[in-house]
Design a protein around this ligand. Structure first.
Ligand code: NAD
Length: 428
């Protein structure tokens, strides 16, 4: 699956190349990751046994600056998956015009099976293994699936111990008290919300009559559900890895967040306690949630959730990809034919890396910004790049995804070519 994920990711590049003229050198350059590292991380478990975990870090392309990308803890992590995610990060940073290339990292494990102390030892062990591959001017990791600010704090601390100097700019998404940025915890969702706001004039009805389903109720999913709820949208379904809940009159998202935090799972909400008393909900599977008849569908969990198998059953009018790679290229084609607007991951979820960039800038300057300042700058970037992508889509009559790739490719191509092209060497 993962290997095809990488070829699938590169297929988007092939499609975009039809609408932009960039040098063959740049195309060749973007086909391969710059450097891929696989490490074995020994961890002493609480019962005294030793377990070895497989970890990865991929720096895909650093032409536009040091590479940037999250670290995920998940059983399905493979080198190929990390390469695909690093490829997407390269385009995402270019789309948002951040002075970064793309990277990604991960460890194959089920984090729910580890104690907090085992997780800390694993996080520090990962940094021991990759320390020479990362750094504030080389590659700057951040949180992703099942990694939290505390984990970023442990990692930054371990990196500082290795370097014998406090190095907050080596990791982003840290707790605010040790150099994290205000607004980073909600940045992915806030950025997605600005993108939704930028094109909400296309929605068939006012927010109170616009229905929304969100798959994944973690950092990104829970926050976007809450932002939309607070803006008056009718969030009718949410889910996590255990399953989902649906009610046609709309869910009370803040109560669900409180329940999830207290009981560590959506299952705890099923017909227990006050949420069940105040709302009349149905239980839905993750697959059922994706095919609900809603105006807006927000996949905010894992990749490859909408494929050629279920794309025909999707009824939403708009899909905003908060997760990375939730729709494969075969499904894209089907959704396009059905007239569904798909707003792509490399734009929609780029608020996370944008505020990570702000965090890195604050760490390096030593001057920290207010939340208002962070969100103001984030909004400016998200709205401006959404507008560019919208215009490119209109100009070529292409999907927003292809337009986003064209936009990113333009910047990447120029940067790669500035180091010299075939024309320069052969004809110059
Ligand atoms: P998270 O670990 O905070 O939350 C993940 C959520 O997905 C949890 O609610 C989990 O229960 C749920 N989930 C896991 N497997 C599922 C399944 N099979 N079906 C439905 N739900 C499932 O992770 P996150 O940081 O919110 O990341 C979610 C997605 O957003 C990922 O694709 C990630 O790459 C992307 N993303 C995150 C950030 C960020 O800053 N956190 C930035 C950009 C993109």
């Amino acid at each position: 699956m993962s290997e095809s994920l990488f070829s699938d990711a590169k297929q988007r590049l092939e499609t975009a190349l039809k609408y932009i003229s960039i040098s063959e050198d740049a195309i060749e350059h973007l086909k391969f990751p710059k450097a891929s590292l696989t490490v074995s991380i020994p961890v002493r478990m609480d019962n005294g046994s030793l377990r070895i975990f497989q970890g990865y870090r991929v720096r895909y392309d650093d032409t536009r600056g040091p590479t940037k990308g999250g670290i995920r803890f998940h059983p399905d992590v493979t080198l190929e998956e990390v390469q695909s995610l690093a490829f997407w990060m390269t385009f995402k940073c270019a789309v948002l015009n951040l002075p970064f290339g793309g990277a990604k990292g991960g460890i194959a494990l089920n984090p729910k099976e580890l104690s907090k102390m085992e997780l800390e030892r694993l996080s520090r062990g990962y940094v021991d293994a990759i320390a020479d591959f990362i750094g504030p001017d080389i590659d700057i990791p951040a949180p992703d699936l099942y990694t939290s600010p505390m984990i970023m704090g442990w990692m930054m601390d371990q990196y500082s111990i290795i370097r014998r100097q406090i190095t907050p700019a080596a990791f982003t998404g840290k707790p605010v008290t040790i150099g994290g940025s205000l607004g980073r915890d909600t940045a992915t969702a806030t950025g997605a919300y600005y993108v939704i706001e930028s094109i909400n004039q296309l929605f068939p009805s006012a927010p109170q009559d616009t229905t929304v389903a969100v798959q994944g109720f973690g950092n990104a999913g829970a926050h976007i559900a809450e932002l939309l709820f607070k803006a008056g949208y009718k969030v009718v379904a949410v889910s996590d890895s255990q399953g989902g809940i649906y009610t046609k009159n709309g869910l009370d998202i803040p109560s669900i967040r409180q329940y999830k935090e207290a009981h560590r799972g959506m299952k705890a909400i099923y017909c227990r306690g006050t949420v069940c008393n105040i709302i009349d909900h149905e239980v839905v599977s993750n697959q059922e949630l994706l095919t609900l008849d809603v105006d807006i569908l927000i996949p905010a969990a894992l990749e490859n959730q909408i494929t050629e198998v279920n794309a025909n059953d999707i009824k939403a009018k708009f899909i905003f990809e908060v997760a990375n790679g939730p729709i494969n290229s075969a499904a894209d084609k089907i959704l396009g034919e059905k007239g569904i607007y798909v707003v792509p991951d490399i734009l929609v979820n780029a608020g996370g890396v944008t505020v990570s960039y702000f965090e890195w800038v604050q760490n390096r300057s030593g001057l920290y910004w207010t939340l208002t300042e962070v969100n103001h700058r984030l909004k400016q970037k998200m709205v401006e790049e959404t507008k560019h992508i919208w215009e490119i889509a209109q100009q070529h009559a292409i999907s927003l995804r292809t337009a986003a790739y064209v936009h990113g490719l333009h910047r990447l191509g120029e940067a790669i070519d500035s180091k010299g092209t075939r024309d320069y060497y052969v004809n110059g």
